[in-house]
Design a protein around this ligand. Structure first.
Ligand code: NI
Length: 292
């Protein structure tokens, strides 16, 4: 662009020279536009290949890029690419919640399906019974940090503390150690990758954000899932939403429709590892895996 500016600014010649210069400038602009368009299209294709990630906190502009700027995507699980089993995973974040977690559990039980609950350590401390009910019903628990702060500006040490404090909260109510961590709002940084690797966690994001956290009407949530879902997908929902959560009603609509389409609803662990237990109970204790 610097060269283009210089030739535009220099008015030392007239006639044919000016026309040739103008033609050169127009040609350069067209070329740049073509290159920019090609790059834009390439970027869109790449993003789609890596699975589109819609931010949970779309209202906060600063967070829009959280999940997208992760890079190093190979170590981050968005969904299973093994689509031949027609499996998908429902995941519920931010709980446990004294009302909605049990309500969601009873709906899942009604259809005989399992799911993964990414719990916030602080809420496990407040509602331990809801946390243990999740395990007793055979579901999987994931680590959603202790205090649900955005991790993006935290160091690896600080993130490690957040993950471990959540782990402590969970292990204080059950003999259970999660093996998946989902960063609040999908915010990634290198510190999270480092902490997750050191603590033997896999980072799990999602394919479909149901926007239930924004009180999207149940029918719209169900329709969005049915429009978007593909085998192998991880679906983001929440069991902790202030008041009037649309999530239970959305589940009543969407679960039978998904089953009707031939999908099996499994835990994240089962989806990505084919692991029936989907859990790891205490370090080195394999026998407890049966409870999952
Ligand atoms: Ni969350």
């Amino acid at each position: 662009m610097a060269r283009g500016n210089r030739s535009m600014g220099g008015c030392e010649s007239l006639g044919g020279g000016r026309i040739r210069r103008a033609a050169w400038v127009i040609g350069a602009v067209i070329l740049l536009a073509l290159v920019a368009t090609a790059l834009w299209l390439w970027g869109r294709t790449s993003a789609n290949e890596g699975v589109s990630v819609v931010m949970q906190s779309a209202v906060d502009g600063e967070d829009q890029a959280c999940a997208a700027e992760g890079g190093g995507r190979e170590e981050i699980v968005y969904h299973s690419r093994k689509n031949d089993r027609m499996e998908i995973a429902l995941s519920f974040d931010d709980g446990p919640h004294p009302r909605y977690t049990p309500e969601i559990l009873s709906i899942l039980a009604e259809y005989g399906v399992r799911a993964t609950f990414f719990m916030v350590g602080e809420n496990v401390g407040y509602y331990p019974d809801a946390a243990t009910a999740v395990l007793e019903a055979g579901h999987e628990i994931g680590n959603h940090t202790f205090s649900h702060h955005r991790l993006r500006k935290m160091t690896a040490d600080e993130i490690r503390e957040e993950i471990l404090a959540c782990e402590d909260a969970i292990s204080s109510v059950a003999e259970y150690r999660p093996r998946f961590v989902r960063p609040p709002e999908g915010c990634m940084n290198d510190g999270l990758r480092q902490a997750a690797a050191e603590l033997d966690y896999r980072i799990v994001l999602w394919d479909i954000d149901t926007l239930d956290w924004a009180h999207t009407p149940p029918a719209a949530i169900a329709q969005h899932i049915l429009d978007e879902v593909e085998a192998g997908d991880i679906i983001l929902m929440h069991d902790f939403i202030g008041h009037n959560s649309p999530t239970p009603e959305a589940l009543r609509l969407v679960i039978p429709a998904l089953i009707e389409r031939g999908y099996r609803l499994v835990t994240v662990g089962e989806l990505i590892d084919g692991d029936e237990s989907g859990v790891r109970v205490s370090d080195g204790d394999e026998t407890g895996g049966k409870r999952g």
